[in-house]
Design a protein. Structure first.
Length: 148
């Protein structure tokens, strides 16, 4: 099943309508296949269907985030980006020097999140992990000590 179909199924499972606008927004997000801001998504959606407004895009993003099929990320900045992740989790390594972001597809945290959920009586439905440090290129350059 494609990411688009998985996302549409999540809407159905939640008892929500699959409107033409929602379908276009989801298809566009899937086609972009990267982290995008709401403004970037709006621009891409309106290139396809100019009648779809800003409110529809933002409301749809909110619904998809609540359904855990879209992850809202900051990647160490103040700008929120969105990415379609029908699996319910998404991981990044973020370089503090050059801001390079490495996406990690496999998840090794399932057992840990389940244990955390059990400990706190919390039903875990997904997670977003951002690990900060130095990428391979930046870790090769010596750090300059700060003087006080």
């Amino acid at each position: 099943m494609s990411m688009v179909e998985q996302t549409l199924q999540a809407l159905r499972d939640a008892g929500l309508k699959i409107t033409a606008s929602r379908r276009v927004i989801i298809e566009t997000l899937a086609e972009m296949d990267r982290h995008v801001t709401a403004a970037e998504l709006l621009e891409a959606v309106q290139r396809r269907v100019p009648e779809i407004g800003k409110a529809s895009v933002y409301r749809t993003l909110d619904v998809l985030v609540r359904l855990n099929v879209v992850q809202a990320c900051t990647l160490g900045s103040t700008t929120t980006t969105y990415i379609l992740t029908a699996a319910g989790h998404h991981h990044h390594l973020v370089c503090l020097v050059c801001n390079r972001t490495i996406e990690i597809d496999e998840c090794i945290l399932d057992e840990a999140t389940e244990a955390i959920g059990r400990k706190f009586g919390f039903v875990v439905e997904g997670h977003l992990v951002e690990v900060y440090g130095k990428c391979p290129d930046c870790s090769q350059t010596p750090s300059t000590p700060t003087t006080e």
